[in-house]
Design a binder for this molecule. Structure first.
Ligand SMILES: [Zn+2]
Length: 150
């Protein structure tokens, strides 16, 4: 199988003030507009008070484990990897990445028997498929992952 991507729940690393500097409006995509559209279509506008921002651009692409997005529940911040703000990325793929992070705000994590936190629960995986372009997005991810890695 191709290199797997990982999405994770981020813990706060920076003081909030520094996080607020980041932009929501990318070169190709407006994260706020996409968030509002998904919130209305899939979540009955239940996600309130969330910030959706482009994360910090790193100097180099990672060797593996490209992280498309993260959600930080404590501060209600969804960060999207700025490498996704490119012309070749389809809108429905960016929507899928955002949908995935937004779903974390709705579907609770679970502890498994080992006391480890599971964020991609059965319910999460089932509801992820409600996204209209889920299959297409997963296929695109597999076929294009190498473009995000070194
Ligand atoms: Zn996830």
């Amino acid at each position: 199988m191709a290199k797997r991507t990982k999405r994770k729940i981020a813990r706060p690393k920076l003081p909030l003030q520094r996080q607020l500097e980041f932009e929501t409006d990318g070169r190709y995509f407006d994260l706020r507009a996409i968030f509002e559209k998904l919130n209305s279509r899939y979540f009955g506008n239940r996600l309130r008070g969330y910030k959706v921002i482009w994360g910090k651009r790193r100097q180099e692409r990672p060797l593996e484990n490209f992280i498309f997005g993260t959600i930080q529940e404590e501060d209600r911040i969804i960060r999207i990897n700025p490498w996704l703000d490119q012309r070749f990325v389809p809108t429905w793929f960016l929507e899928y990445v955002l949908y995935h992070e937004m779903l974390h705000a709705i579907v609770p994590d679970q502890m498994n028997q080992n006391g480890r936190r599971c964020v991609h629960t059965d319910e999460f995986n089932r509801r992820e498929r409600d996204f209209r372009f889920y299959k297409r997005a997963r296929r695109w991810e597999e076929e294009n992952l190498a473009r995000f890695l070194r």
